[in-house]
Design a binder for this molecule. Sequence first.
Ligand SMILES: Cc1cc2nc3c(=O)[nH]c(=O)nc-3n(C[C@H](O)[C@H](O)[C@H](O)COP(=O)(O)OP(=O)(O)OC[C@H]3O[C@@H](n4cnc5c(N)ncnc54)[C@H](O)[C@@H]3O)c2cc1C
Length: 387
Amino acid sequence: MGSPEDAMTHFALSEDHIAIRDMARTFAEEQLAPHALAWDEAKHFPVEEMRAAAALGMGGVYVREDVGGSGLTRLDAALIFEALASGCPTVSAFISIHNMASWMIDTYGSDEQRRRFLPKLATMEWMASYCLTEANAGSDAAALATKAVRDGDHYVLNGAKQFISGAGATDVYVVMVRTGGEGAGGVSTLVVPKDTPGLSFGANERKMGWNAQPTRSVIFDNARVPVANRLGEEGIGFKIAMAGLDGGRLNIAACSIGGAQAALDKTLAYVNQRKAFGKRLDEFQALQFRIADMATELEAARTFLWRAAAALDRKDGDASRLCAMAKRFGTDIGFEVANQALQLHGGYGYLAEYGVEKIVRDLRVHQILEGTNEIMRVIVARSLIGR
Ligand SMILES: Cc1cc2nc3c(=O)[nH]c(=O)nc-3n(C[C@H](O)[C@H](O)[C@H](O)COP(=O)(O)OP(=O)(O)OC[C@H]3O[C@@H](n4cnc5c(N)ncnc54)[C@H](O)[C@@H]3O)c2cc1C
């Protein structure tokens, strides 16, 4: 296991970190990158490849080892998700969401719940979705209205979740529901298996990117869920949801940085070959400077991401603020660098076969989900200015 302290002390990765990153990078090169364009076009959710990633320890990166997890750190995870995203940002991001939901069960679940769900989640025999957003509760997630009413040793659920990644294809739904009064204090978290009567799914959304994973609504119509599936006490569900997102936001930033690095690498190869006005494109100083800036900004985002990840590993008091900052910065820089890469490919950048426009489409949504980048600024400003 890589120690976050090593990296932070020396501003360098340890041998263990490098081994973990290289393992994920090789997997991405061999098993994701060759298929990424075809999966995007076919809207194919690559379950077998994700299970192969899980066999290498990437299905439960920071789930504890007694239930099959890898027991790694958030810094290790940042390295893994950046590396996977260099092959396909969409697949990397789904594996991140699965890890986030699994971590919530590992951290807030009872021993019985951990043993019931996590061994199969760690291998990705079962896949998990995270269900917070609703049609009328996106950024203002604490306004969620999906109701869970106690009936003996069950809850009866009614309502719908919107925009749920993996929905319909996944097996386990970690759902934030209202068991009490208004606001964050009335929210609880339930683990809902796919075969629960009264649970159904909307149509797969047609969307700009992230086509290699489905996005559907999750609908509860008098769905009965055992009280034994509640994580922790009633009323702490919003806290569980936000704790999950701290780490999720780091991973999403890592996915943007990995996708953008792949776009930059493609650009370096392209400008070395393409000629205009009798010169190779990489002989124009204006373009050299643009590439230098792209690489510098990506490196800044990556270094900051590692610092935020190490802070979360240490449970520093300002970790949530740093995670929000790193998410905002990493996803904005990632998108800008990918978009610049498209520009430097000229008209060819706009064609699917060069692989850059897919990266731009995939990275765009990272500025919106797991808390929009405006909400990241709300979190940062609130911590600076106070309420
Ligand atoms: C492809 C995709 C996959 C997703 N996957 C999941 C998932 O797996 N699970 C899940 O729970 N959710 C998921 N989401 C939902 C996502 O997290 C929400 O879309 C996001 O949180 C924004 O909510 P909203 O769409 O309702 O936008 P709104 O909250 O309506 O926001 C609209 C605009 O207003 C801005 N805004 C809102 N409030 C403020 C404010 N106080 N100050 C400044 N600006 C503000 C927003 O930043 C945004 O620009 C996914 C979304 C997409 C597109």
